[in-house]
Design a protein around this ligand. Sequence first.
Ligand code: NAG
Ligand code: NAG
Ligand code: NAG
Ligand code: NAG
Ligand code: NAG
Length: 412
Amino acid sequence: MASSESSGLPPRSPSSASCCPRPTGWTFGGYLPEPTLLVVLLLFFFASWSLLLRCPTPRLTALNRSSFPLSILAVNGQRSPAETTAEEEISLSSSSSSSSSSSSSSSSSSSSSSSSSSSSSSSSSSAAAAAAAAVVCNRSRYPSEAELSDDQLTILVPGFSIERIAVLRNNTRRMSSYPFVRAIYVLWQNMDIPVSRFDEPNERFDSDGAPIRVLGQRSNSLNNRFLPRTFIETSVVVIMDDDMLADKSSMEFALKVWRENSQRIVGYFPRAHLYHPENGSWTYSLKELRQKGERKKYSMVLTKTMLLRTEYLFDYTCHMPSGVRKMIDETMNCEDIAMNFMVANYSNTAPLAVVGRLKDAGVRWTKDQRTYRVGLSLRADHFDSRSRCLNELAKLWGGMPLRYTYSKAVPA
Ligand SMILES: *[C@@H]1O[C@H](CO)[C@@H](O)[C@H](O)[C@H]1NC(C)=O
Ligand SMILES: *[C@@H]1O[C@H](CO)[C@@H](O)[C@H](O)[C@H]1NC(C)=O
Ligand SMILES: *[C@@H]1O[C@H](CO)[C@@H](O)[C@H](O)[C@H]1NC(C)=O
Ligand SMILES: *[C@@H]1O[C@H](CO)[C@@H](O)[C@H](O)[C@H]1NC(C)=O
Ligand SMILES: *[C@@H]1O[C@H](CO)[C@@H](O)[C@H](O)[C@H]1NC(C)=O
């Protein structure tokens, strides 16, 4: 692996000036023993709290909604064509390629035969995909990092299950009241239910603060949640599953931690990979990993709730090794593993897990199930397929970029 200095990423934008000096002197990713970490954190919080008390305008200020651009204020089904056309095109083209290959779902090894059989129809669709990618991957369509604000965050939630829409509506409404939430976008990916449904009075997503928009997607691709979006105005996005609710202090803490670690993915659900020297392959670990004599370590965080640089959405869609997005559409899994690979490779560090209060506000689902993939999440081979992804992605990356860390950020 080359060093993180030559990652090819644009330089990080200088943080905007604020009245409160940013506390420095604490970093994670080292190998501090847990008690030391706690003491450091306690000190940090006392320090930042006393700074906040003296500060007339805290960094996390309440949003003045009249300052929102009109395009963002247009709530629910109203989509401005300029914003969504290209995203729809690229999700459309990726869905048509995935549907042709998923029909032959006998085994993963059948992908080569299915791609050859559909080669006649794929030439026109691949031309369309290339045209869509040229638009979506035109960096100047999106604000530069310097134009984005880092004192608020944007929440992106894919929606699919109509049974869970009441929970999603309640959760988004709650989170819209957090002053550090700039906007919430529900990416509606259920092709059977038109997004216009959410314009009806008793189906609307009501807000208690930040605007909530429901954006119809043209496919159920897992890559949709990582598409770059022209309307995102913050330098950090939160990717969430539709059953997740983070309480205000947990999310505010995660945002603070991210601002001190903006190259890393910050999340609540750590997982690990494990190497098997006897057969030279990797497997996926459902939990953090504890190897003999070691403390628990992890190398990935799940998309159930993750914070990451908005710029990484563009990198995911436009700079990943070719074949990754396609693999994800074919397996209907592993987009989060791919994002962890990409960021680990760029940043040369592990993600950072925060300890916080999150609930699934609805039905309890077992770990790792993403239930908007109705019918797929229940597959018994979920973990085998996650392990297969690890090995497949390591091939595409030409090595294993994931790094372990033993540290977590713990609120005082
Ligand atoms: C991994 O990172 C290095 C250095 O930043 C970069 O040159 C390389 O292209 C990246 N690999 C992939 C597969 O993205
Ligand atoms: C919000 O912004 C508008 C226009 O910039 C201004 O007139 C108004 O006073 C602001 N409201 C608050 C509560 O700051
Ligand atoms: C990229 O997008 C910008 C802004 O929308 C546009 O002016 C430019 O022509 C586009 N470039 C290409 C190569 O399409
Ligand atoms: C949503 O919130 C309302 C009002 O607080 C409550 O009555 C309702 O039971 C909630 N629905 C779900 C599914 O949690
Ligand atoms: C490699 O070995 C591990 C542990 O014995 C096993 O779980 C895994 O399935 C093996 N992988 C392959 C590709 O054989």
